[in-house]
Design a protein around this ligand. Sequence first.
Ligand code: HDD
Length: 749
Amino acid sequence: MPGPTHDDQHDGGPFIPGRPGPKPPPVEEPTEPREPLPPKKDQSGPEVYTATGEHLDADPTVRAQKGSRLTNAQGTRLYDTDHSLKAGERGPVLLQDHHLREKITHFDHERIPERVVHARGAAAHGVFRGYGTASSLSKAAFLGKDVETPVFVRFSTVLGNRGSADTVRDTRGFATKFYTSEGVFDLVGNNIPVFFIQDAIKFPDVIHAGKPHPDREIPQAQSAHDTFWDFVSLHTEATHHTLWNMSDRGIPRSYRTMEGFGIHTFRLVDAEGGTTLVKFHWKPKLGVHSMMWEEAQITSGVDPDFHRRDLADAIEAGAFPEWELGIQTFPDTPEQTFEGIDLLDPTKIVPEEWAPVQPIGLMALTANPSNYFAETEQVAFHVGHLVPGIDITDDPLLAGRLFSYIDTQITRLGGPNFAQLPINRTHAPVNDMLRDGMHQTGVHSGVAPYQPNSLDGGCPFFAGAGEGAYVEAPVTVPQASKVRAAPASFADHTSHPRRFYLSLSAVEREHVIAAYTFELSKCYEDAIKQRNLRVLADIDPGLCAGVAAGLGLPAPEPSAPLADVEPSPALSQLGHTWPTDGRVIGIIADENSDLAALSSLRSTVHDSGMVPLVIAPHGGELTGNGGPVLAQRTFANARSVEFDAVLIAGAPGMGDDAYGARDVKAAQSAGGGNVDPRVLLLVSEVYRHAKALGAWGGGADVLAAAGCPQGGAGIVVSDDPQAVLAQVTELLGAHRVWDRFPPGETVAS
Ligand code: HDD
């Protein structure tokens, strides 16, 4: 139903006291889709059902907005909500104004506690389609061939609060709710395959260490402070996760280019009760890509919502992000190890070369939420939301999570009935015996919510043989004394981080060294820096020496012989070619550019699934030679971090605005000639961040003025814009121009 309009409010209505004057003029709304986005695909979310299995629209009581007239919460129409009830226009406000009180009271209670971790997030609806390849291992219906299941996925950072920046260095949450025909299955994972701790009882401790210092509450959304580095150096089981955080994985380019991991080992159960141990992996179709640290820092300032915007824009443009779900499988032996790796230890991974990730389904995110609070904020994940065919293992980290997730929702969502919120409702029929409690929206019938009963006809009945969830896999629990202790295999804290480091390319290792150096340099206590160097010495002497040099401290010797491990090439982000869908190409132009050629170039970029953004001296249209061409960005609001590659159409001159004009002198004295200094900054950053650059028709002069070497790696100059674009697109397949990092800077290990 279309929303209310001004006409609605005034049509035929009587004169309303307090409502000011004449009918306002109709508001002119744009009718064309915004450039450069193509028309929206259908963005309606998945069908939503009530707790009793009825379609949401069939239940008028749960729809928040019906009818076109403004009402109070009881549905009584209001003629004014802009003025308090007063004794005369200049007199005191009357206590009897219950409408004022209702409005303000509701506002006072609009906020709920943010998540204690993963507070900052963004989400989307989508669909998962099973390949059927897991059906021999799991009886879960949603894994069947071509079975389509609605999903809701929430991505998040861990440490920052709800208003923090997206591009901080941190682990990212990757939580997926599958609304399967057999109930909800939640896969609550991260973009890093290991965790800081091995036992859930340490979770409050590690989070206290990572959160801002309790005295001044700084720094926000950062691990670069004393308590974090104090914790991880005193708890060396955290080294593996910390190393991943300090790698490029800690600063993803986009949620769309992140892997996801279930981390724990789970147990699949087939129709005959046979079991297999598995680890879940999400593999992004666009590849795994990261930002450079300087980009991430700039982005935190110029666009703190970068990841949230990127996800929403891609979906709105119809470039639906996709991930394949895969599993590594291991025999379910009593030892629960694979090639000597303890599968119950969440700080360890099994290299993909040893146990390949086998694809079992495809997920596409196809619709943005229509209301952030109702969906993204109120969604409640729980690792205990399992369906028949997927079971847990005895990983002690998972055990604590099974308690924590349901518990936290009671504080966050105000009571035990959060499963009735629309976003959390299962799509399977519900007939539980849970009753009453805060915010109960179900109107239960019957008198006997217990089983067995003789008063409600015995209803509800138990599931038939083989149908139910929570049919525990027949695992033998060893006879043992009660202990507060970890198994001996949990004590290896060095071999897995060492394998990860050795698996990285030279430039990725440099990034790790730079990240450790940056973070530790922010610590005040030298003892903490030195203790962390001692941890690094046992991982890799080259890594330790690099960080020590950056900190100006001596590099300690390893405390024990280094672990003898083989690298796992799958862990490096380099050396692959990826699709370029959704990549953003900035095109710098002005009135003097060949605008006809620019128009046709934009179409080519668009048709190949990428996003062309013209960057001009001013907003609106460029109307020169062959125009008009609409500008999507200006020299004043474009920053390099937004673009995956930049093309220069001619030799754009100065911007028309005051800032550009004022800085003419600065540009000229810096050797930039008549090139706008903001263009020089943009191009030089793009070059420094190892992104592809292309130019034609005088654009080479801009490259030179920005300090980009002629003929340098990833710099394409030609008279033919389409030829430039073709080469730049090819370069984009590798994400960055890695050759721009000089060889020989390899860090020895
Ligand atoms: Fe957790 C939220 C992922 C260990 C306790 N966790 C939360 C979210 C993700 C993860 C993605 C955000 C869900 C959302 O978007 O709403 N957590 C993990 C992973 C872990 C992990 C991958 C280790 C493998 N978590 C973990 C432990 C505990 C918790 C050991 C407690 C003992 N996590 C929580 C929580 C949160 C949460 C406090 C906060 C908000 C929420 O649950 O709903 O219960």
